[in-house]
Design a protein around this ligand. Structure first.
Ligand code: F6P
Length: 342
């Protein structure tokens, strides 16, 4: 028998545990390639264990509007390879209000749903955490965001695909940059996080990578480009995360044009192509593992945890910790960029 005092707070004691019989699954926030593979895993693992599984459309908005349908194994056939999310997604302001959450709870109850899997980013987990504290519905979070800005997991669903999309685009940009001896500023996604910039920049041999986590020393960037111009290194790629503190790609291009007129500069903003497309093998795999594990968590009586993968093993982080902490950018990686871009 469990000893209530020894059990971690996110594992229910046997006495407290209520049997989860019907679960809901939703995708929330920005979509990410691999979300469909994850939905498939949740549905099929649930059915394997004899649960009824319900798909909630448009995230929390669908919970409030009672846009909830029972899913069968066949409902998720032929989706593992598709980008986007068959459940659709939304950012829902009404769910931030107690009234909105009350409506959502009533709707879940009307279907008998007593466990929830939320696939999304930190904003979605915040909603899940509040909801689960207010009502007696255990929530399990699965990190689905191209930004990889969540602690407690080495990877988030969609990140690998987004980086590969960015790399493919930047490789093409380098071809034309080389043909014209041009400096290209490539802006990638990441409002608050520089992981896409960092990974795609290192992967394409970018000369500079500017990220929100590190204050941009724009004078140092200019000095380095000036030095490169002097030694006739005219083909340069600068990768900028959209949320860099100096500004986006266009702001940087304006400044360089003004200060180093010798460069022929173009800007490419990659935008939402980074969110679409067929997920990579890595994203399909982590999505399948996380989806499976989330259902197992609910059956084991875990509440309010995020399922992650650390060192290739499943890892469980209380939702509030996953929300608060960000992953750290490695100083060593930034050093690598400097050394390799000479
Ligand atoms: O969170 C994922 C993300 O793609 C960010 O990188 C980006 O800043 C944001 O979503 C864009 O959101 P929207 O599609 O709502 O413009």
């Amino acid at each position: 028998m469990h000893n209530a005092c020894l059990a971690p707070s996110w594992i229910r004691t046997e006495k407290m545990a209520k049997k989860v019989t019907k679960i809901g699954v939703l995708t929330s926030g920005g979509d990410a390639p691999g979300m469909n593979a994850c939905i498939r895993a949740v549905v099929r693992t649930g059915i394997f264990h004899g649960l009824e599984v319900f798909g909630i459309t448009r995230g929390y908005a669908g919970m409030i509007d009672n846009d909830i349908q029972k899913l069968e194994s066949r409902s998720v056939a032929n989706i593992i390879q598709r980008g986007g999310t068959i459940l659709k997604t939304a950012r829902c302001k009404e769910f931030l209000t107690p009234e909105g959450r009350k409506k959502a709870y009533k709707n879940l109850k009307s279907h008998g749903i007593n466990g929830l899997v939320v696939i999304g980013g930190d904003g979605s987990f915040k909603g899940a955490q509040i909801f689960s504290n207010e009502f007696d519905i255990p929530c399990i979070g699965i990190p689905g965001t191209i930004d990889k800005d969540i602690a407690g997991t080495d990877f988030t669903i969609g990140f690998d695909t987004a980086v590969n999309t960015a790399i493919e685009a930047i490789d093409k940009i380098r071809d034309t940059a080389d043909a014209h001896d041009r400096l290209f500023i490539v802006e990638v996604m990441g409002r608050d996080a520089g992981y896409i910039a960092l990974h795609s920049g290192i992967g394409t041999g970018a000369e500079h990578i500017l990220i929100p986590e590190k204050k941009t020393d724009v004078e140092a960037v200019l000095a380095s480009l000036q030095e490169k111009e002097k030694r006739k290194k005219l083909v340069n790629i600068v990768v900028v995360a959209e949320g860099d503190d100096f500004g986006g790609g266009n702001d940087l291009a304006e400044l360089i044009k003004e200060r180093i007129p010798g460069f022929d500069i173009r800007v490419a903003i990659l935008g939402h192509i980074q969110r679409g497309g067929s997920p990579t093998s890595m994203d399909r795999l982590i999505a399948s593992r996380m989806g499976y594990s989330a259902v197992e968590c609910l059956l084991e009586g875990r509440i309010n945890v995020m399922v992650g993968i650390v060192n290739n093993k499943m890892h469980f982080t209380p939702l509030d910790k996953a929300i608060k902490a960000k992953q750290r950018i490695s100083e060593e990686w930034l050093k690598i960029v400097k050394i390799l871009a000479s």
